[in-house]
Write a protein that binds this ligand. Structure first.
Ligand code: MG
Length: 160
């Protein structure tokens, strides 16, 4: 089998006056993530993991934050575009593992919904998607609730 592994990382600043969107899911919180798009830190890490596995570059090259076309865009659209590129190259997602690091809010109530949402976007079963949520043990910027970060690891497999 032709497997390809990819990793992705992202971090965004938490600010007042923005909705918090993680894994294509709105999360009630007093702050949201700052960015050119909806700043969905988890989906950005997932896109980069997938792009990396397929050697297709990175999210900043494909969807530059200087391009007005991507201003305020839902990152679910960026993931859909990423999946089109990967399919065109002859790959599908085998499985995805992720870590979201947020001191607040607790993501535990949302993990199941995020899994389901991402599995649908990747066209895989829910069993092929893992979402792990951690705090930063009150250390550094994430621990001070100034930012949220995410890691993703993916395997792709060649179709037929
Ligand atoms: Mg980002």
């Amino acid at each position: 089998m032709d497997y390809r592994i990819g990793i992705g990382f992202d971090i965004h600043r938490l600010v007042e006056g923005r909705p918090l969107v993680i894994g294509g899911t709105g999360i009630p919180y007093v702050k949201g993530l700052l960015g050119h798009s909806d700043a969905d830190v988890l989906l950005h890490a997932v896109c980069d993991a997938i792009l990396g596995a397929a050697s297709l570059g990175d999210i900043g090259e494909l969807f530059p934050d200087t391009d007005p076309a991507f201003l305020g865009i839902a990152s679910t659209v960026l993931l859909e575009e990423t999946m089109k590129l990967v399919r065109n190259k002859g790959y599908r997602v085998n499985n995805l593992d992720t870590v979201v690091i947020a001191q607040e809010p607790s993501l535990a109530p949302f993990k199941k919904g995020i899994r389901t949402r991402i599995a649908a976007l990747l066209a895989v079963s829910v069993d092929a998607v893992s979402i792990k949520a951690k705090t930063h043990d009150s250390l550094d910027s994430i621990g001070r609730k100034e930012a949220i970060a995410a890691y993703a690891a993916v395997t792709l497999v060649r179709e037929v």
